[in-house]
Design a protein around this ligand. Structure first.
Ligand SMILES: NC(=O)C1=CN([C@@H]2O[C@H](COP(=O)(O)OP(=O)(O)OC[C@H]3O[C@@H](n4cnc5c(N)ncnc54)[C@H](OP(=O)(O)O)[C@@H]3O)[C@@H](O)[C@H]2O)C=CC1
Ligand SMILES: O=C1OC[C@@H](O)[C@H](O)[C@H]1O
Length: 397
């Protein structure tokens, strides 16, 4: 289903960007470089940049120059490079967006930071928590911004759910359940998500489940991974096609430890064998003492979402939807802004030295990776390794 969502995001982003494109950019606009011609680029950076007056799509790099050149022409980048290094060596690039395979995130983020670029780095931040620490050390040393691109956290609907929980109106949180799946066959066999050496796997790709759990529990301390069951991919048992885990967190929103279950599946079986579960959008259920809050499609709320609050005493359910404003953005933003557009707004604010209305702190991203590591450890698969680390290990043998 996630792939379907991605497709509709591309279409809506294209349409809204065309309708709201800013042609007259600031003369000092941030010059963005994009490392690779990844599938996610149009939705995550290209179209959002088109509607931001302080961002220029400056350069795109690919492993093949011809690919970069035609991509640059298609999307309006001024420059194309035949390697990622070349882009980083261009002193005119101010910031880079990194949508490389997960296992390559740390290596290229560190190289970018060392070249003095600000970095917007795709999720999951790195292959594991050790790499995440190295990335932020490099950011600190360089004095540059580095943000994990968990775009959904920048959307007003997420902030509304957070405010509902923080209000205390529904009592302490008792448990959570977060789920993200995509139908069997929807992730092509040769996709990066199936490759161990690129740090693929369902939990890595669908780490939104852990992200949403942690966000709504206010970045809690992980007490334990009680259970973690991976369904191995048929072609490589080191890769999880699905992951089912139960964790215990200590959160400021509850006096007692909170049980959190997560379910990720990039090979979700059809309903009655034939029907792909296209209705299974990434969602989280948060059970409080007095009510259950269900946030349907928290990952791409700009396309469609709802927040359902069911009162436990009366059984009554009320619904909310929030496409703009919310408790953090106030009157800033537009109802057509996507999660990625909100994210870009915050990123530019941070780079420009303005306080963004919301942010993902380095410690938070490191803890996110620690949680992912712990689930993989508990499942018996072991924590993921970066692509260059695996290459070094192979060379040693
Ligand atoms: N925020 C979001 O909503 C989303 C985030 N993502 C994240 O973005 C990243 C990229 O995902 P996605 O766009 O699906 O990836 P793609 O497979 O479409 O793109 C990855 C790019 O990396 C480059 N690359 C470099 N080395 C390799 C290699 N060994 N194998 C394959 N590609 C390589 C290629 O670009 P080139 O040939 O031009 O060098 C390729 O196009 C992932 O980390 C993913 O988790 C993905 C989808 C949505
Ligand atoms: O980050 C993501 O969001 C959308 C999904 O389709 C994709 O698998 C994942 O990488």
């Amino acid at each position: 289903m996630a792939m379907v969502l991605q497709l509709s995001t591309f279409v809506t982003q294209y349409l809204t960007a065309s309708a709201h494109e800013i042609k007259d950019k600031s003369p000092t606009a941030l010059r963005f470089g994009v490392l690779s011609t990844a599938m996610i680029n149009p939705a995550a950076i290209i179209h959002p940049s088109e509607t931001h007056g302080d961002v220029l799509l400056y350069g795109v790099a690919s492993r093949e120059y011809n690919k970069a050149r035609s991509y640059a022409k298609k999307y309006g980048f001024s420059k194309a490079y035949g390697s990622y290094e070349e882009l980083l060596n261009d002193a005119d690039v101010d910031a880079v967006y990194i949508p490389l395979p997960n296992g390559m995130h740390a290596e290229w983020a560190i190289k970018s930071l060392e070249k003095g670029k600000h970095v917007l780095l795709e999720k999951p931040l790195t292959a594991n928590a050790d790499e995440a620490k190295h990335v932020f050390k490099a950011a600190k040393k360089a004095g540059k911004v580095c943000l994990e691109a968990f775009h959904w956290r920048f959307h007003p609907a997420a902030h509304v759910v957070d405010a509902l929980l923080s209000s205390g109106r529904y009592g302490p949180v008792l448990s959570t359940h977060s789920r993200m799946t995509t139908p069997k066959g929807s992730v092509p066999k040769n996709n990066i998500r199936w490759k161990y050496e690129l740090a693929g796997g369902s939990l890595m790709d669908m780490s939104y489940t852990i992200s949403s759990t942690r966000y709504f529990l206010h970045m809690p301390r992980l007490e334990a991974v009680n259970s973690a069951a991976a369904v191995p991919a048929p072609h490589d048992s080191r890769v999880d096609a699905a992951m089912n885990a139960e964790l215990t967190f200590k959160s400021e929103l509850a006096p007692n430890p909170v049980k959190a279950s997560i379910y990720t599946d990039m090979d979700r079986a059809n309903s009655y064998v034939l029907i792909p579960r296209v209705w299974e959008l990434p969602s989280i259920q948060i059970e409080c003492e007095n009510a259950t809050i269900y946030f349907y499609n928290f990952m791409m709320p700009h396309l469609y979402h709802y927040i359902a609050i069911t009162d436990k005493k009366t059984g009554h359910t009320s619904y909310q939807k929030h496409y703009s404003f919310g408790p953090k953005w106030g009157t800033r933003g537009e109802s057509w802004w996507s999660t990625y557009r909100y994210q870009l707004e915050a990123f530019v604010d941070k780079v420009r030295g303005r306080e963004p209305v919301c942010w993902i702190e380095p410690e938070d991203s490191v803890m996110q990776m620690e949680c992912i590591d712990s689930v993989y450890e508990k499942s018996g698969l072991g924590k993921r390794k970066g692509t260059s680390e695996l290459l070094r290990e192979k060379e040693k043998k």
